[in-house]
Design a protein around this ligand. Sequence first.
Ligand SMILES: C[S@@+](CC[C@H](N)C(=O)[O-])C[C@H]1O[C@@H](n2cnc3c(N)ncnc32)[C@H](O)[C@@H]1O
Length: 705
Amino acid sequence: MAPNAHIKKAITAMKALGIEEAQIKPVLKNLLTLYDKKWDLIAEDNYRALADAIFEAQETQAVEEKKGKEKKANDEAEGSAAEVDRGKRKAHETVEDDEDALDEPERPLKRLRRRGGEVVSASASNSPSLGSPCLNETTTHDPVSLPFHPIPTENDPDAGALVIPKGEPSTDSLENGNSSAPMPEAEETNGRVEEPHGSTAATDDGATTTIERASEHTVATTPEGISALELASSATGEVKINLSFAPATGGSSLHAPSMDELRRAMEDVCLRQYKILDPNFSVSRFLNDIASSYLELATKAEQPANQSPENLPSLTTNVDVLKKSAAAMAFTAEGRNDLAAKDRNGHVRDDENSGAGESMGLVVVPECHISADELRMISSVSDITFGKETVEIPWVNEVNTKVPSPFRYMTQSLVYLDAEVKFSLGNIKDQCCSSCCGDCLSPAMACSCATAIGGFAYTKDGLLQKDFLEECISEARNPQKQVVQYCKECPLEIAKNEETLEPCKGHLKRKAIRECWISCGCTKKCGNQVVQHGLHTKLQVFFTSNGRGWGLRTLEKLPKGAFVCELAGEILTISELVQRSSSEKLTSPVILDAHWDSEEVSGVKRALCLDGTHYGNISRFINHRCVDANLIEIPVHVENMDLHYYHLGLFTTRDIEAMEELTWDYGVEFNDQVYPTRPFHCRCGSEVCRNVKRSSKSKKSKKRA
Ligand SMILES: C[S@@+](CC[C@H](N)C(=O)[O-])C[C@H]1O[C@@H](n2cnc3c(N)ncnc32)[C@H](O)[C@@H]1O
């Protein structure tokens, strides 16, 4: 493009922002030198660099004019005192400041800021405020509005550094009033540097920098507006972050929230809105990082080439609440550890030795800590299994702001305390065919296991044999087809109430799957090993929209008879279950129905159930559906053929579409008052919902806890 065409385009773009031509040209001239006439860089982001430079020039001019007035008005001492720390005076501008501000030249638009890659006008939305009660939607992608700095790249390693390029005058606009000189990056924004005595420094190659002055008392701020974020650094490496806001509500009724309140609110926002999922995320660390990055940028030009990042000052965060004003919050990230004294608990003390006293008479509150539970909860967002399953299972909540309550994920059931579950080689050696090899399901394999238990339950595709599945479904849905066994002295009834012993309500004798295991000579690829290899389906935990809390859905199509997951949890004895459910609400314990009265099983420690409330696998999110659920639980013997302990595998009862919710019939009777689980009003939506038709339902149906 011809040079004139470039200039024309640039001027047109700036005019569109309401900037007059007279203001554009001198700045553009300087920018061309600065960018070595690289128009593509200048034109980037709709001439963002040019717009920024113009605003900076205007701001610098305003600052200079203001300073001139102050000088005239007198009193050098007062003038320099006012310059020391911009943070001290920013929260509430004095009346005098307001009057001064009126004298400032009108700016066509506030500074352009970067928002997720777009260039937007800061005037288009309020700056977000940490802890501000009026945090709104417009803050979504920009939790803390920072001045934009070009990011160093391979092509432009100096982008973002606090360097005035070679050939530029060593004194910049702030000192000589040359308002058209480009501002160093750290002073981008409104550029109100109030410490005029910072000196410039020459680098080895003769280029001059504003490092010393900038690092002495530089304040970088966001555009003025309702809120402002300021960063200030000193030569000692101390970086202060100061966020001021003037909430629309105003007035003296405001109270400064505690840092804990603020932290929780912020972390909630981060989790919900910005999906910051890193378990290490904390607000204080985030602020620390801002300070750290600022310092790194601010000191970059000074560093000898061989200076490693480890030598940069290490920062500790000292979170303060501004005492003076309820409508101002200040966060200070100290550049030196010794500035902040800590008490025995690691909390920052505000004593005279701590250096915190320098921070505008601030009240010091403890450093932010995130509890282990919160950490667990936050970190579980992307994969609720914590990488324990072979597939990741994310969770989403498109309904409200709730997050899943913390629990410990485990892929396999584990004994809580007293349950008697023993697996021993001695116990299993005769259960499976030791002469097998390869895949027991292969037709060439004349495996004796197949005949021993009436054939395998699985097809070669890893699905349940049709007939077997149909029988299981029929058994579960038709009480008349169920084989129910009754104990003389039912462990469940004993545990519920030993004094007035109720008769046994019956336990289902169900069809079961028997899988090959260690004692069998087959390989891991044997088709008769399914449940023991864990879940492989792409699943998602989601919040249901009809009051059933969280639910589980499949993200992929599933054929009928497919294994989805096991019901895993703590293995409790029935007495442990009853004890536990008397003191807390259990959500889904499952009784392992068995021949409890038989010789094999007898003994209270062998009457077992599973509780996934605190420790469990993904099945703890599966909701109940009466009768026609799309999953069915089937007993699976893996390690032994004991009647009192087995796995419960959940298999599909029909083809299931992607995104369909997965449900299984808990087997609950909604009118059972002594049911040892949290009662709930069933919202399964099934036409045959037992909660609706409970009066006409037989109580003699299958019985689980
Ligand atoms: C195993 S949990 C299932 C996950 C649970 N929705 C959650 O939010 O964690 C069982 C609990 O879910 C709720 N629930 C499950 N199925 C339900 C249904 N059909 N109607 C209403 N609530 C149900 C009940 O509160 C029940 O105690």
